[in-house]
Design a protein around this ligand. Sequence first.
Ligand SMILES: [Fe+2]
Length: 135
Amino acid sequence: MGIEWRESLSIGVDEIDNQHKQLLSHFDRLLKACETGRGIDELRNLLGFLDGYVLHHFSDEEGIQRQHGYPGYEAHKKEHDAFITRLKALRQEIGRDGVALHHVVETNNLLLKWLIHHISTVDVQLGRFLKNTAA
Ligand SMILES: [Fe+2]
C-alpha cells in the first residue's frame, strides 16, 4: 500500500501543490517503513519534518485565502488549527513516554484522515474557488 500524488488533488498553485506532494511522499515513506517493521524510526523523521512543514504550509495556504477573500477561510483555518493541536498532543505524549507502536498507528490514522477529509476535500474546494475566480 502506498500513497501517491494525483492531479485531481491540484489546487492550481504550484507552491501549495509542491508542499502537498512533499507531505504525501513523507506519508508514503512512513507506510512503506511500517511494512518493513521500521515504522517507529520513520515516525521520528516524519515528526521532525512536520514540525517545520505544518506552520509554514498552513500559513502559506491561509495567506492565499486571505489574499483572495476566500469565504471558507475561517472554517478552513479551524481545521489547520485542529491538526496542529493534535500534532502537539502527539508530540507531548511521545516526549513523555517515548515513541511506541501505537503512536505510529495514530499518526497513520491522522494523516490518512487528513488526506481524505482535508487535502482531497477542503483544499480541493479552495482550488476550485481559486480557478473560478481566476477565470
Ligand atoms: Fe488546507
